[in-house]
Design a protein around this ligand. Sequence first.
Ligand SMILES: NC(=O)c1ccc[n+]([C@@H]2O[C@H](COP(=O)([O-])OP(=O)(O)OC[C@H]3O[C@@H](n4cnc5c(N)ncnc54)[C@H](O)[C@@H]3O)[C@@H](O)[C@H]2O)c1
Length: 439
Amino acid sequence: MPLGALGSRLEERLKSRSATVGVVGLGYVGLPLAVAFAHAGFRVIGVDADPSRTTLLAEGVSPVEDVPAAELAPLVQSGRLAIHSSSDALGEADAIVICVPTPLGKSKEPDISFIVAAADGVARVLRPGTLVVLESTTYPGTTDEVLLPRMSRGGLRVGEEFFLGFSPERIDPGNQIWGLARIPKVVGGITPGCRHLIVTLYGQIIDRVVPVSTTQVAEMVKLFENTFRSVNIALVNELAIMCRRLGMSAWEVIGAAATKPFGFMPFFPGPGLGGHCIPIDPLYLSWKLKTLKYNARFITLADEINSSMPEVVEVRVADALNERKKSVRGSKILIVGVAYKRDIEDVRESPALDIIELLHRRGAEVAYTDPHVPSLRIGDHVYKRTAIEEAGQFDCVVITTDHTGVDYAKLVERAQLVVDTRNATRAVRAANPGKIVSL
Ligand SMILES: NC(=O)c1ccc[n+]([C@@H]2O[C@H](COP(=O)([O-])OP(=O)(O)OC[C@H]3O[C@@H](n4cnc5c(N)ncnc54)[C@H](O)[C@@H]3O)[C@@H](O)[C@H]2O)c1
């Protein structure tokens, strides 16, 4: 691989781990990555634009559940991981990884303003021989169309004087089995030399690196993975709606179908999509295709079905209360689990928040409990966690997230009525006829 003098020097520094790695954006993606590079022996410069976050991190306090303070603090105290609030600190970095948010705008269009700001910050300090990798999930073409012109502005030539590529992050917060090092990492470079250097960088901390032909392919891989999940979740959500009309359990159908040893992969219904990936990423892809005059129909339909699930839950709750001669208005309802998925504390885009709002708007008195979320803000309203032991005081308990730390048998025993959107009460359903309503 002809890398040129600067590329060869960087390759050597990466292999010997004497290089300095910069990480821009120290959130769910960037912080574990910065810690992994520091553990591997690299000097790491972590940059985050949020001063409250950098203050915490500089004290060794971790805002990310997957990175325990006991792991972070020694790295910060020893200076192996230096925390900064400005990208000016990246002047000494040999490799810079950008992990900033990629949300949606008001009309569900991609908001890449964080990528643009981060790229401008990096471009200001870019010096010859530096490698830049974008990890933020984004539409195909971003690295080439948004990053490359910015990094080239100072006159450096890509593939010779600086190196650029894309590598999607696949981290799964809360997953104890598939941690950062064990999840294969897809990488694409603007040139083959760029790709080779990115493979070398991640090869230091990740067991398997998967090179692909272009940055666009690498960008598309991530969007396809999450579109695959979104479409399959929409399919089983619709299955749940159909099974209810047919008087059967979607979970029983899926469980039996999953005994087929080939050609089937189980997905499970729920109260809707949450988190920063699955509800958002497919819309980056459909937006891009719209600019090319193509309507991505599966994505649109899946979004429609998944987004309607909180309303499906609202109707289930109203029907269940109605059966007991109660109305939603005036009822006390306890939401169990507000994080968007099991065993994490992240409430971003959580469907539980929509359900709380819907029930609140209908006049219910809504409270929540969640072992991972001590308090919850929705708009101007701050909810304080209710103790799960108080479940019996509510007219209805709605299970929205099935955290493993919750004793569901006890919850059912205490509750007057349970709407279970996750099949968390399967073990005690038969023993409690009439008390548990599923999705
Ligand atoms: N959270 C996940 O599970 C996950 C998984 C895979 C991919 N991703 C993708 O990774 C990217 C980052 O996601 P996240 O969950 O880590 O987001 P996050 O919100 O947890 O963290 C992003 C951090 O970037 C900081 N930031 C924003 N602009 C900045 C700038 N210009 N300079 C420096 N710091 C800046 C923010 O203050 C924040 O702390 C997104 O594109 C997301 O889609 C997330």
